[in-house]
Design a protein around this ligand. Structure first.
Ligand SMILES: Cc1cc2nc3c(=O)[nH]c(=O)nc-3n(C[C@H](O)[C@H](O)[C@H](O)COP(=O)(O)O)c2cc1C
Length: 351
């Protein structure tokens, strides 16, 4: 039975699909179907007009002409697998129209499409209308749950994980986030005292506040290094965007309250180093479990360079020392793998 609103699961499934099929028909009902990149927002589904060659007037595209003649459209996004128990789709029917430049919805749609598809950041989709589908009927079928990578063996997981810096805008399911945090909890730690605490940020306003504050501090530090202003501008913008595009940010804070105290500086320093080492283990546990769940993660060292500022912006207890910042989400771009030293290069003594 079809409904008129997308359920949270259906939204998540649509968000997890990079492509959907859009069916339109002309005034005589003659059908036309094309694959489309899309973004699903509260108000409906948005599709950019980026047809090549770029000089083609957007209004001459078949799909656009059809929509003008007949606004009834259908869109389907599906998952295919040779294991047919994994098959699933979400299908939507609705009324399509063009959102013109200058309308508030236009810039919102363009921003959402660019967030989801980095390719659009280079294209002038902002100079063309955007197709908007106001959803009228929804149906779904099969397995529309997110895709985990769990069947991978431990070493494949470790090898598969890599640092991701750009996410496609899909939300991280709450259960997956819980499991990522749980993974951190099980990291080895000195005396088993778990000298770390986690700050979990999903609220975009708070992430913006943090990103702005850290960017300001970083700018000050780059100025001290006398970096050229163009380089500085790009680096600051990218770092800010990284935080804003990641649906989840976890800041791992060192928490030394429960650690042993020594009268001499050397042993005290070793005690702190052990705590830092185990914070790294907690971070890697989280990154691996995120990867196993079909998510991706990235590591940013920024808080380490301005711990007081991070503590202040997030109103954290003074005993927490922000160290590592992990981002989690679904990769929009998988960076090329960097080559790693071989085992033989790493092992300096093996008797
Ligand atoms: C302590 C630490 C700090 C890092 N800080 C950053 C960072 O600030 N920005 C960044 O893009 N990557 C950062 N990384 C990620 C590394 O660049 C990345 O792990 C490395 O290039 C190897 O790539 P891989 O993780 O894909 O194997 C950091 C990693 C670690 C362990």
């Amino acid at each position: 039975m079809s409904r008129s609103e997308l359920s949270p699961d259906e939204r998540a499934f649509l968000a997890s699909r990079r492509v959907a099929r859009l069916a339109t028909a002309d005034a005589h009902g003659k059908p036309h179907c094309v694959p489309v990149c899309f973004a699903c927002l509260e108000g409906g589904i948005y599709i950019a007009l980026d047809e090549k060659p770029k000089r083609v007037d957007a209004r001459r595209l078949r799909r656009v002409r059809n929509i003008i003649e007949n606004p009834h459209v259908a869109l389907v996004a599906d998952r295919y697998s040779e294991d047919w128990s994994d098959l699933g789709f979400v299908s939507v029917r609705g009324r399509a129209s063009l959102v013109e430049l200058g309308e508030p919805e236009h810039s919102r749609a363009v921003a959402a499409l660019r967030e989801r598809y980095p390719q659009y950041r280079e294209m002038r989709i902002d100079l063309r209308p955007v197709i908007w589908i106001a959803v009228e009927a929804v149906s779904s079928w099969g397995d529309i749950a997110p895709e985990p990578r769990e069947p991978l063996g431990a070493l494949d997981l470790v090898r598969g994980r890599h640092s991701v810096r750009w996410y496609d805008g899909r939300e991280v399911p709450k259960d997956a986030l819980r499991r990522i945090l749980e993974a951190g909890r099980w990291a080895p730690s000195p005396h088993g005292r778990q000298p770390w605490r986690f700050v979990v940020l999903t609220n975009p306003d708070r992430r913006r506040e943090l990103a702005d504050a850290m960017a300001g501090e970083w700018q000050r530090q780059l100025e001290m290094d006398e970096q050229p202003s163009e380089v500085m501008e790009v680096r600051l913008r990218r770092s800010r965007e990284r935080l804003m595009l990641a649906p989840v940010v976890v800041i791992l804070c060192l928490y030394l309250e429960g650690m042993d105290r020594y009268p001499d500086a050397a042993r005290q320093e070793a005690e702190t180093t052990m705590a830092v080492q185990s914070l790294g283990a907690a971070a890697e546990n989280m990154l691996l479990v995120a990867y196993a769940l079909g998510l991706d993660g990235g590591w940013m060292c920024a808080p380490l360079f301005c711990p007081d500022l991070v503590r202040e912006v997030l109103d954290l207890d003074h005993a927490l020392i922000p160290h590592a910042l992990l981002t989690f989400g679904y990769a929009a771009v998988h960076p090329p793998r960097k080559s790693k030293l071989t085992v033989d290069q790493l092992v300096v003594l093996h008797d």
